[in-house]
Design a binder for this molecule. Sequence first.
Ligand code: FES
Length: 164
Amino acid sequence: MVACGCKCETTEQAQLIEQLDRIIDEYRGQPRGLIQVLHKAQELVGYCPKWVQVRVAEGLGVSLQEVYGVVTFYALFSLIPKGRHKISVCAGTACYVKGTKMVVKAIRQHLGIKPGQTTEDSRFSLETVRCIGACGLAPAMIIGKDVHGRLEPEQIPEILEQYQ
Ligand code: FES
C-alpha cells in the first residue's frame, strides 16, 4: 500500500482510496493495466481528478506524466466531475443541418452550462458528440440511455425535467 498523497479526511474519501488501491493491486503488472485501472477508477470516483492520477501512478509504478497522457488522450476519461445525467447532443452532419446549435442553445439557456460543463448541483453534464446512429430522428440527443429525437428548442425544458 502506498501513502495517501491527497488531503482527504472524510470516511467516504478514505473508502474510495481503499477501493482504488484494491483495483490497482488487481491490475498491477498486467499489460494495459494502466487503462484498465483508470477506467475502473473513473467508474468508482466519477472522473479522474489529480489525486486519482497520483495514486494510480504511485500504485502502478509509472510516471504521473504517463497517467496524465492517457487520461487526456482518451475521450472516455474526464478530468472534471460528471453530472448524474449525461446529455450528449449529436453534432453529426444530419443533426447539425437540422438544428444542433438550437438544441445546445436551449439546453444552455435552461441549465446554464456549455458543452464540457456540469451543472452546479451535479445533475447534468453536457457534451456534443458525433453521429449517435439516429439520423432519421435529427436533431437528436441522448440522455443516459434515452434517445430523444426530432427535437424542437421548446421541448428541451420538459425533457430535462424528466431527469432528477
Ligand atoms: S447525425 Fe445525428 S444521429 Fe446521425
